[in-house]
Design a protein around this ligand. Structure first.
Ligand code: NAP
Length: 270
């Protein structure tokens, strides 16, 4: 009996860790051939070896490197069926603003709105931090969609899955650059989906809530505890919760889904 993704070729950016690594394992278990990208060549090779795929390390903000790697994937594995634009970086840790947050919350409860202090999330954001955040997530997804379509359009089939975030839907005041980049990925998804639906190519976005991966390492336990209070399920998700959604969007069961946004957040309400 053949597996549901038997011989499908999948390219995953940021596949050396967290959600990308879980996705590589999940799709490989259903028969897919995986090209694992990551910034870190050792991490990419480790996951590629584990799933019997190939490692293609590069920085997703480099469009020439992206094009070359996707061409190399097709040359090595024969085609490209699924592109998962997953590579990402965390917003800055805001633990240093915790005392100010609590003081402002107290003032809010007491109705002393005018006494609340500025949080300075945006004012403290550097040009470099803003640029890097948009480059990795939004430009990376743009380069990934474009490189994938160059192969998927002639083949008249394919799936593109852009990993956005719940913060792309419910923006965080503490991370305007991350929220903007992730919201941009949702709009990019809908725009590209509308262009290529008639070519047999589906483009969707996944918006994870808070999932336990190395991305959250910079966050203090107190910040994480505050996040969990806003998750209806009462705990953070696991990488497999997202990998299962990506598996669904990679397979035949999701053939009618395109330009759609799939939130997996345990009922997060920011
Ligand atoms: P992760 O464990 O840190 O994995 C992200 C991977 O992307 C890392 O291996 C990282 O490499 C790689 N990467 C970073 N910048 C890159 C670049 N320029 N080019 C190529 N690879 C790059 O994080 P994750 O939680 O799995 O995150 C995966 C995606 O899910 C991200 O887009 C993230 O924004 C999104 N997401 C995560 C959560 C969550 O709670 N975990 C929630 C919503 C959305 P290095 O380690 O070498 O930097």
């Amino acid at each position: 009996m053949s597996l549901v993704l038997q011989d499908s070729v999948v390219f995953i950016t940021g596949g050396g860790s967290g959600l990308g690594a879980a996705t590589a394992r999940r799709l490989a278990a259903d028969g897919a051939l995986i090209a694992v990208n990551d910034l870190d060549p050792i991490a990419a090779q480790k996951i590629a070896d584990e799933v019997g795929g190939i490692a293609l390390p590069f920085d997703v903000t480099d469009s020439d490197a992206f094009d070359a790697a996707v061409d190399q994937c097709v040359a090595s594995l024969g085609r490209l069926d699924v592109m998962v634009n997953n590579a990402g970086i965390a917003p800055q840790d805001v633990s240093n603003k915790m005392d100010l947050t609590i003081a402002n919350q107290m003032k809010r409860f007491e109705g002393r709105i005018a006494d609340m202090d500025p949080m300075n999330y945006l004012v403290d954001l550097t040009n470099d931090a803003w640029d890097r955040m948009l480059r990795v997530h939004l430009y990376g997804a743009f380069y990934g969609c474009r490189a994938a379509l160059r192969h998927m359009q002639p083949q008249r089939s394919g799936r593109i899955i852009n990993i956005s975030s719940i913060l792309g839907q419910q923006p965080s005041a503490a991370a305007p650059h991350y929220s903007v980049a992730k919201a941009g990925m949702i709009t990019l998804t809908k725009s590209v989906a509308a262009e290529v639906a008639h070519l047999g190519i589906n483009v969707n976005a996944v918006c994870p809530g808070y999932i336990e991966t190395p991305l959250l390492t910079p966050f203090s336990e107190m910040v994480k505890a505050g996040i969990v209070t806003r998750i209806a399920k009462g705990y953070m998700g696991e990488p497999n919760d997202i990998a299962e959604m990506i598996r669904f969007l990679s397979g035949p069961e999701s053939s009618y889904c395109t330009g759609d946004v799939f939130t997996v957040s345990g009922g997060y309400n920011g």
